[in-house]
Design a protein around this ligand. Structure first.
Ligand code: PGA
Length: 255
């Protein structure tokens, strides 16, 4: 059985003080929730204070990006060595990183390898943009991104990572995919590619999230799909009540 995982991607929102306030609210709402793994991904500067607040809670913590080198003269970068003192997860290859910061499939692969080498669990993002979707190229694009991200990753390592299927046209647009549509890409293309790379049994073990305009109203549509194991939530993760409702709905839908 795959334990569902809901991750909140706070993106470039919330000062440290605001992040601390949001975590205090979330702690209350998420106390005693079982049957789901919850991960918060604030900005780098909020990781340390949020880590302290999360210590007694069982709520996980993740970064939104990472450099692949352990250390060195790389002004402005944050390394896996630094992150592993603070958090368990790291989002890698988010479409906003690819779109605005020039991240390539090859760079994402380097980061995935570096994270796994240090025991950080990557949340690897893949997804087609609108033009690719309209051209019927979804499967091709998602498969290419996934194969590239997982190059030289062993079967043992792939068990500890999470994949997020996030169609770019659904992110921040209020236009989510349908549950059935997302399940088809996740079940056939993402799990199908995993099966080709690592075998059918292992492909069934890997957790795959959907992301893109998830909210408390539509989360059940995704969580009742057999191949979708959770969500990567952007905008709705910034409001405590919405994020808590998403987590609660997930538990209900997966029971
Ligand atoms: P959204 O973002 O929920 O605001 O669409 C999702 C994401 O980018 O991970």
């Amino acid at each position: 059985m795959r334990v569902p995982i809901i991750a909140g991607n706070w993106k470039c929102y919330k000062t440290v003080a605001e992040a601390v306030a949001l975590v205090r609210e979330l702690r209350q709402g998420l106390m005693n929730i079982k049957g789901v793994e919850v991960v918060l991904c604030p900005s780098f500067v909020a990781l340390a204070p949020v880590a302290d607040l999360l210590k007694p809670t069982g709520i996980g913590l993740g970064a939104q990006n990472m450099f692949w080198e352990d250390q060195g003269a790389y002004t402005g970068e944050v390394s896996p060595l630094m992150l592993k003192e603070l958090c368990q997860y790291v989002i890698l290859g988010h479409s906003e990183r690819r779109q605005y910061f020039g991240e390539t499939d090859e760079g994402v692969n380097r980061k995935v390898k570096a994270a796994l080498r240090h025991g950080l669990k990557p949340i690897v993002c893949v997804g087609e943009n609108l033009a690719e979707n309209e051209a019927g190229r979804t499967a091709e694009v998602v498969e290419r991104q996934l194969r590239a991200a997982l190059r030289d990753i062993s079967a043992e390592q792939v068990r500890s990572l999470v994949i997020a299927y996030e169609p770019v046209w659904a992110i921040g647009t209020g236009r989510p995919a349908t549950g059935a549509g997302a399940n088809a890409v996740i079940g056939q293309t993402v799990r199908g590619t995993l099966a080709e790379l690592y075998g059918k049994a292992l492909a069934q073990e890997v957790r795959i999230q959907y992301g893109g305009s998830v909210n408390p109203k539509n989360i059940a549509e995704f969580m009742t799909q057999p191949d979708i194991d959770g969500a990567l939530v952007g905008g709705a993760s910034l409001k405590a009540a919405d994020f808590v409702a998403i987590v609660q709905e997930t538990v209900r839908a997966k029971q």
